[in-house]
Write a protein that binds this ligand. Structure first.
Ligand SMILES: [Zn+2]
Length: 86
C-alpha cells in the first residue's frame, strides 16, 4: 500500500487506474532525519509527484505523511526488510 495514499485515505487503484494499480516503488527520503535514510512505499501517481515536486515540496504538501514519518521513524527504516511483499 502506498504510504502517501494511506495518509490521504485515497484508493491507489482509483488514482492510478487498474493498469498501474500494482506499481509500488520504495523511495528514499533524505531530509527528515539527519542520521537515517528513511524509505516510503509509493504508488505510480505519488512516485511521479515525488519526482516532479522534489522531496521538500512533496513533504510540505503531504503533511500527514510527513508527521507520521517523523513520529514513527522505525516504520520507515529498512522498509524492504519489514515489508518483503511490497
Ligand atoms: Zn499513492
Amino acid at each position: 500500500m502506498c504510504d502517501a495514499c494511506r495518509s490521504l485515505n485515497l484508493n491507489p487503484e482509483k488514482i492510478n487506474g487498474q493498469d498501474r494499480a500494482a506499481y509500488q516503488k520504495i523511495s528514499n527520503i533524505y531530509g527528515l532525519s539527519p542520521t537515517e535514510t528513511l524509505q516510503v512505499s509509493l504508488c505510480y501517481f505519488h512516485d511521479v509527484e515525488l519526482f516532479t515536486l522534489g522531496e521538500k515540496r512533496f513533504m510540505e504538501k503531504l503533511q500527514d505523511l510527513k508527521r507520521d514519518i517523523m513520529y514513527n521513524k522505525s516504520k520507515y527504516t529498512n522498509i524492504r526488510h519489514n515489508r518483503p511483499n511490497q
